[in-house]
Design a protein around this ligand. Structure first.
Ligand code: ZN
Length: 191
């Protein structure tokens, strides 16, 4: 027989149980305002580029060319990395390469077809090649690299008609902030 909560039954219930029935209030008290905001409005491109920027800052502090990257799957960050060429003494240790390798480990597959890469600077030819190999869904970057960018500036390796995979590109997200950290780094290095 289905339970009915008439006024009388409810009054007869212990106070603790009645409180538990008021789920929205209990729920709200257990979540921070930030968590609630994120549930209502999923984070956009700026949010994730800002996360990549935080990692670029780590590279800056370590004396590395300040580029940071994160990989996002189903709205969650599954990989974070920054440039570590000097630390690892490895010219392939770009933020994007490290982030993609981490993401492959997190997903358990080399295919990242439902993943998006957020990076502060336009990828080079090596990283663009890797992006095509892992069949990434989207690339979102901050500032363009007019000398070596392989996502449209010098060449666009991500959307070659002859390849079997093409990746969506969004550029210019937090462009000024992403460029500023690089300019600042190279200015200090020249001085
Ligand atoms: Zn690269």
């Amino acid at each position: 027989m289905p339970k009915k909560f008439s006024g009388q039954t409810r009054r007869a219930m212990p106070k603790r149980k009645v409180a538990a029935l008021r789920t929205p209030k209990v729920f709200a008290s257990r979540c921070s305002r930030l968590q609630l905001t994120r549930m209502i409005e999923p984070p956009g491109d700026e949010y994730f580029v800002r996360e990549a920027l935080r990692h670029a800052q780590k590279a800056y502090e370590a004396g590395e060319v300040p580029v940071g990257a994160v990989v996002v799957r189903e709205g969650r960050i599954i990989a974070r990395a920054y440039n570590q060429v000097e630390l690892l003494k490895d010219a392939t240790a770009h933020a994007e390469m490290l982030a993609l390798t981490q993401a492959e480990a997190a997903v358990g597959d080399w295919r990242l077809t439902d993943c998006d890469l957020y990076v502060t600077k336009e990828p080079c030819a090596m990283c663009a090649g890797a992006i095509v190999h892992v069949r990434l869904r989207r690339l979102i970057f901050g500032c363009a690299d007019l000398r070596a960018g392989a996502a449209g500036s010098v060449i666009n390796l991500l959307q070659l008609p002859s390849l079997n995979h093409r990746c969506d590109i969004t550029s210019g997200v937090l462009e000024n902030e992403c460029a500023a950290i690089l300019q600042d780094f190279f200015r200090k290095r020249r001085d």
